[in-house]
Design a protein around this ligand. Sequence first.
Ligand code: ADP
Ligand code: MG
Length: 360
Amino acid sequence: MTSSLSAPVDPLVGLDLGEGWTITAALPKAIGATGGNFSLGYLAGNVDGRKGFVKVINYGGIFRSPDPTRFMQEITEAYNFERELVQKCTSRRLSRVVLAYHHNSLPAPPAQTFPISFIIFERADGDIRGLLDDVGDLELAVRLRMVHNAASGIAQLHSIQVAHQDIKPSNLLVFNPLLDVGRAAKIGDLGRATDQQRAAIHDGYNIAGDPSYAPPEQCFGDIPTSFEQRRLACDIYQLGSLLTFVLSDVTMNALLHTFLDPSHSPRNWHGSYMDALPYVQAAHATALDELGNSFRYSVTDDMKNELIKLISCLTDPDLEQRGHRASRKANQPYALNRIVSQLDLLAHKAELRYAGATAA
Ligand SMILES: Nc1ncnc2c1ncn2[C@@H]1O[C@H](COP(=O)(O)OP(=O)(O)O)[C@@H](O)[C@H]1O
Ligand SMILES: [Mg+2]
């Protein structure tokens, strides 16, 4: 009776992917490269009990593309790039970057047109955007620990000469959702990363990642020439914007947009970024004041000031000022070690407070 009403089962469900992996379910939404819908998402299980998240290249998009050869080139290059990069991260055992378990291509199954090219990742329980939607009153300690985890993941990527460039809540994957404290997060979605050792199509884009999370210099069309200023400083800004979001539910970009006069907005500005900078800095200062005033956690003034100061230096609109001050003085302006330690300490303080409050 109900079978005619239920959705048809995806033909890939049940497919044997090799090495003990079988597809168990299809995810409803296409995924891939910041809205590019380059992949289809599936869940998979292994005979050894591991759970996987599978990205299958969406060759079928070729039928809807006005430029099929270009489309094919883009999706295969995007797939090959991500595959090689996740392999590199996995072989270097980067603990805060989502692992890949397996990848391969299989011949087209019966009644299918295209081969199945896939990457199987370790499966997270969701992303931090979804988690914050579901658990609005999530403890400060948990929020800060996840941002600390994100900073560690970015630092690990930087240590192998890779910049992520698309750090945002949906790309921070969360594990262990049932525990309050003890949740951990890892960086996912390397689809828009730049690897100094391997070229990618998006390396040439003014904005490699999602434009709504891009740092202000990129929004104003400024293209710094060095890897450090163009790529590493972008990750640092996005980490600061992530911290802003996790504390306040708004990104730094949304705040800047609110406080920037429309005539000085990237859309309407025709001059250089250097000329726009004083206006962006003023909007940034107002955004930080606003953030400080609307802070909704009961933390000591010291901790609040430290958090606002940290956000301020991570998201500084001036590339010459962005990053940790001590690292800048040590001639390593975009080094993340001090930022990671500071976030660790802040998360630790919040965890102690939380433990004290729950024990009372
Ligand atoms: N390893 C994973 N485990 C669980 N969910 C994942 C995993 N990787 C991605 N997702 C989910 O799928 C979404 C899209 O995947 P992502 O790799 O970010 O592709 P894109 O943003 O390019 O579409 C993520 O925001 C997350 O919710
Ligand atoms: Mg993503």
